[in-house]
Design a binder for this molecule. Structure first.
Ligand SMILES: [Zn+2]
Length: 404
């Protein structure tokens, strides 16, 4: 039977080797440094997939920042499934704080250590190995399977935003986002809005505050209003079985927002950012209205002040996929066969490239991949080999089941 044949051609040592190769190519994006992009690791992904005989499409999203897409089969029956990963990783921080060097990909006691090991070079490698196993087994799919290695997930998600404007992207009918979720089938993802609030007053001498209007006092009101705003959002968002409730967290405070800070100068403008996390339910207009009201209340508390806000990077609303979706039923069935256990359902605390795919294309997404969900962006990031192998098996079986 074809599933057994495909699963038999998933080789643990090959998956481990590929993951370690990807970790050893650092892909921390440092704006202004043209050598610090995803280009080298994308090149390795491309070479590996080319060697396996896939049809390859490279999309130049920005200079030195290519999306790599490999496909198998055709979409004559209308179905096209994406196994999605991203090639960028976040900064390693201070390498001295790591007990395993961040880009050595040490393999110790069944774990691979390194920046990007969980988030998400192991997930990407598992997707590549799963697709290669299907290809090698010579199974013909009723539809198209696409492996996508996208750029800039940790930034503005320009890779995903680009993909949804291209033919291969627009033709997708479902996607598995291979992010570290302990191989749970995550049907919901929290949304995020970064509200950049700017307060403008009147510059004055610190010794004569009555001559000015202090924007910092107004921002203090904005911060004080974070809790009430959070309560309002919790009231209008759905309660989720899988997600923590909405939160509103001040993350950046800047005053003055321009020019040199001086102890005896009331600045003319100051800026704060609220990191707003959402569960499914309200649309953009409802979120906007809630933030508008919070900002207006803060402005009212400080006479003479004007406050405005804008969503940095737009509105990334929460996503939710129903259990009855064909992708979910296929994965549920495939999971049992490939992993030998019943899948756990879950939710993603943050947003991912899947957020863009879901909102732009309206297709169902399930987030599922190897790695402890709390470990990304920490020092001594690691991934369990056992989970990687299970993920590769689940991805392959899910593709066979969905494209049946
Ligand atoms: Zn990630």
């Amino acid at each position: 039977m074809s599933l057994a044949k495909v699963l038999a051609s998933i080789d643990e040592s090959e998956l481990v080797t590929l993951t370690r190769e990807l970790i050893r190519i650092p892909s921390v994006v440092r704006p202004g440094d043209p050598s610090a992009t995803e280009a080298a690791v994308a090149g390795h992904v491309r070479a590996w997939l080319t060697k396996e005989g896939f049809d390859i499409e490279v999309q130049d999203v920005a200079p030195g920042r290519p999306n790599v897409l490999a496909s198998l089969g055709d979409r004559s029956n209308g179905k096209s499934l994406l196994l999605e990963g991203h090639t960028d990783v976040v900064t390693e921080g201070n390498p001295a704080e790591w007990s395993h060097p961040p880009f050595d990909a040490d393999l110790v006691d069944g774990r691979i250590y390194g920046r990007g090991s969980a988030d998400m070079k192991s997930g990407l490698a598992a997707a590549m190995v799963a697709a290669a196993a299907i290809k090698r087994a010579g199974v013909s799919l009723a539809g198209r399977l696409v492996v996508g290695a996208l750029v800039d997930e940790e930034g503005d998600m320009i890779g995903a935003k680009h993909l949804v404007t291209t033919p291969i992207g627009r033709e997708l009918t479902a996607a598995i986002i291979c992010e570290p979720e302990e191989n749970e089938l995550c049907l919901e993802q929290r949304g995020v809005v970064w509200a950049r609030v700017t307060a403008r007053g009147r510059m004055a001498h610190g010794a004569m505050p009555e001559a000015g209007v202090n924007p910092i006092t107004a921002l203090a009101e904005v911060v004080r209003g974070a809790k009430p705003l959070e309560r309002r959002l919790r009231a209008i968002c759905e309660r989720s079985r899988y997600l923590k409730p909405p939160t509103v967290t001040p993350t950046i405070m800047r005053a003055p927002s321009h020019g040199v800070p001086q102890s005896n100068v009331i600045p003319s403008a100051a800026e704060a950012t609220l990191d707003i996390r959402l569960t499914p339910g309200p649309d953009e207009a409802a979120i906007r209205a809630a933030v508008d009201d919070a900002v207006a209340a803060a402005a009212k508390a400080v006479p003479g002040i004007t406050i405005e806000w804008r969503p940095v990077n737009g509105f990334r609303l929460a996503t939710k996929v129903e259990r009855a979706e064909p992708l979910v039923t296929a994965m549920r069935k495939a999971f049992r066969k490939a992993a030998g256990r019943t899948p756990k359902f879950g939710g993603v605390p943050g947003s991912t490239d899947g957020t863009i795919l879901r909102s732009a294309l309206g297709i169902p997404i399930v987030t599922c991949g190897p790695g402890n969900r709390l470990i990304p962006h920490q020092v001594d990031e690691y991934v369990e080999v056992r989970e990687m192998v299970e993920a590769a098996r689940v991805f392959a079986a899910s593709a066979l089941e969905y494209l049946k």
